[in-house]
Design a protein around this ligand. Sequence first.
Ligand SMILES: [Zn+2]
Length: 243
Amino acid sequence: MGRLYVIVVPRYLAWGMVILACCLVVLAIYGSFPLAVYTIALLPEDVIYDVMLDAGHGGIDPGAIGNSDVYEKHFTLDIVLEMGRILTEHGLKVGLTRDTDRDVSHLVENGTRHRRDLLGRFKMMNQARVGMSVHANSTKNPSTSGAIVFYLHDSYIDKLFAQIVFDELERVQVMNHNYVVPRSTLLLLKAKVPVLLVEVGFMSNPQDLAKLADRDFRVHVAQALSTGILKFLAAQNLEQSEP
Ligand SMILES: [Zn+2]
């Protein structure tokens, strides 16, 4: 609560005081508003999890569809559930945007189902220190293959996270690019914490699809992505503990 001060001033000073008060109000609004927003955004109770894992698609949204009716949404969920087990074993508090075959559009009230689903995932990303969204790709050219790691364009810390994950993923899967790929248009990457979107392979490529259909391969991918997250969190802790 603010305090109310009553100041008696000579009449000739009154207008000057009014103008000064207006200036102070304008400065207070424009000067302190962003700070207030950041302070609210960084309240510790906002962050509930160490990591938020997002299995792409789900429910009525199958994502990419491989031949013989295999769906991206099933592969991404399996990989993410495995990651959840690994990271929990390492003592991390893991959040999942979904742990069953469903979407997360129920978390947001307005907009189309697709938009609500996306915003729901975005909202959950902001409850963790870091996040990762796992997908499998598809394209018209069946010879296109390999994994891609997307990070937020122009973010140094996200790029570092992406590179660490890339180095781990490269051990178990061919990479589509030999570098991490910046993106400025993906909403999930714009969360206030470092978030990556990882495409683990192309369902439109027969070799990648065969790998993805193999449970052992999915476990290897989950292990690689989890190791990347653990290494990034360790690097972040080190940076924060330095004076
Ligand atoms: Zn996808």
